[in-house]
Design a protein around this ligand. Structure first.
Ligand code: CO
Length: 461
């Protein structure tokens, strides 16, 4: 029997996030939801990551309402979201009561699969979210943040996967956020994980950034990878995922079973071409994000980080120090115990590298985030932090020996109290805890809109 390969469509979330900074409003993709629903995908990734933040900040949409509307329009396809473990959708750790309620409400509002990752691959930061997902009756997809370093061996990854299984993961995601995984690494890693936990389906997630992705997926599938993340062609390539239709075509030709409906994906491609062209015309989608950039392979620095380094140096009128900052980046990463470079560690390491170069002395000044990191507030680092540097940064302060979230007071109940008369639901309370200023502004806008609507109705009568 032919090996089956399933697809996760990313146009609503990661492709949207990678190519147009998540600026796709609900109205722009609504006409395609029923088509996506009938196309035969394993799942549609549509929520989490930056969508929540951007809905409130730029699109004037209630992220919860967006989710409910997607759910209503897509009754047949699993809806997937991305969750940053104990960070939920933010950049630092939250108390457990918030993590639990957020997961419960995400599932109640329509999410079927929660992909949970931690920037340091510290399983202690995944546990609460994983267990809450299982409790809510959704599929917990335990993710490993892929990176390369002397301590990131297959043995290490397999250990993490086994712990994820213990926590209730029913699928495993290998998350290569920078697109640096090559075909051989994919083959070897998928094989190693399949050997260790053959019963768990593996989903590989990568980006086209360096141009490796199509080859990487193919070799992963040869090693038994069950699910791949792809984007409908007009929103594929560059910093996004490889194209859905291309992979369906190639995999079928090689004898794999692919259950996608070509008529449906053609309809989606025709439609999203128009959407893409609008975003190109108004400058939201930039040619740079659509190109292949192999620099990440040379420096092992994700593409997003390179552009951040450039803009930081430009602001400081120090573009001539770019090469030095680039050489300093992996050194800082090594000092910090080889964190995978993903939100928020990528920003922290990049900023520190620039400081070290411009100050002319390493760690002369450090950000409050790096200090918190050295204190252990982000969790256990893959390798120990360089002891001398940690001591220099912390002074007499001792690093944490317990999980940081254990020291955080519950936040849900006090916030419910605080928002009495303002919040209409627990979903509002959660939005407020995640992004207080944005949520407050959104509540005001919503109120003004409702009052206008009431006035309008009365005039009509
Ligand atoms: Co991604």
């Amino acid at each position: 029997m032919a090996q089956k390969v399933q697809f996760v469509e990313t146009v609503l979330r990661d492709a949207n996030q990678s190519l147009i900074a998540t600026r796709l409003p609900f109205d722009k993709f609504e006409p395609m939801l029923s088509t996506i629903d009938k196309a035969g995908y394993y799942a549609a990734e549509c929520w989490g990551g930056a969508t929540f933040d951007v809905c409130l900040r730029y699109l004037h949409e209630d992220p919860w309402e967006r989710l409910r509307k997607i759910r209503a329009a897509m009754p047949n396809t699993k809806l997937q979201m991305l969750l940053r473990g104990q960070n939920v959708l933010g950049y630092s750790h939250y108390p457990d009561d918030f993590v639990k309620l957020f997961v419960q409400k995400a599932v109640e509002n329509g999410i079927d699969i929660i992909r949970i990752f931690d920037a340091l691959n510290d399983v202690n930061n995944l546990k609460v979210a994983m267990e809450a997902t299982v409790k809510a009756g959704a599929i917990a997809s335990g993710a490993i943040s892929y990176t390369t370093s002397p301590v990131h061996t297959h043995k290490k990854y397999v250990e993490i996967v086994k712990e994820l299984k213990e926590m209730g993961a029913s699928t495993i995601c290998i998350k290569d956020m920078a697109g640096i995984m090559g075909p051989k690494e994919a083959y070897d890693l998928v094989s190693a994980i399949k050997d260790a936990v053959p019963e768990l389906p593996i989903d590989l997630h990568t980006h086209c950034t360096t141009g490796l992705a199509f080859m990487t997926y193919l070799k992963a599938v040869e090693a038994g990878c069950d699910i791949i993340d792809t984007a409908i062609s007009p929103f594929s390539g560059g910093t996004s995922q490889p194209a859905t239709e291309t992979l369906a075509y190639a995999l079928r030709q090689l004898g794999y079973e692919v259950s996608l409906d070509d008529a449906a994906t053609k309809k989606m491609a025709d439609y999203f071409k128009g959407v893409r062209d609008e975003f190109i015309a108004d400058g939201t989608m930039m040619p740079k994000s659509m190109a292949t950039d192999t620099q990440c392979l040379t420096y092992q620095v994700p593409g997003g980080m390179l552009s951040n380094l450039l803009s930081q140096l430009k602001q400081m009128n120090a573009l001539d120090r770019f090469d030095e900052a680039l050489i300093e980046t992996p050194k800082v990463r090594k000092d910090m115990g080889y964190p995978p470079l993903v939100t928020p560690t990528s920003q922290m390491v990049g900023v520190q590298a620039v400081r070290n170069v411009l100050d002319g002395q390493r760690y002369k000044t450090v950000s409050k985030e790096i200090k918190a990191y050295c204190r252990g507030e982000y969790g256990k680092t893959p390798a120990p932090i360089n002891a001398d540097i940690q001591k220099m940064i912390l002074g007499d302060e001792q690093p944490l020996t317990t999980r940081y979230a254990d020291s955080l007071a519950p936040i849900v109940e006090p916030t419910r109290e605080k928002l009495k008369g303002i919040a209409k639901s627990d979903e509002d309370v959660l939005s407020y805890i995640a992004f207080p200023n944005l949520a407050e502004k959104y509540f005001e806008e919503r109120k003004a809109k409702e009052e206008n609507e009431v006035t309008y109705t009365i005039t009509e009568c």
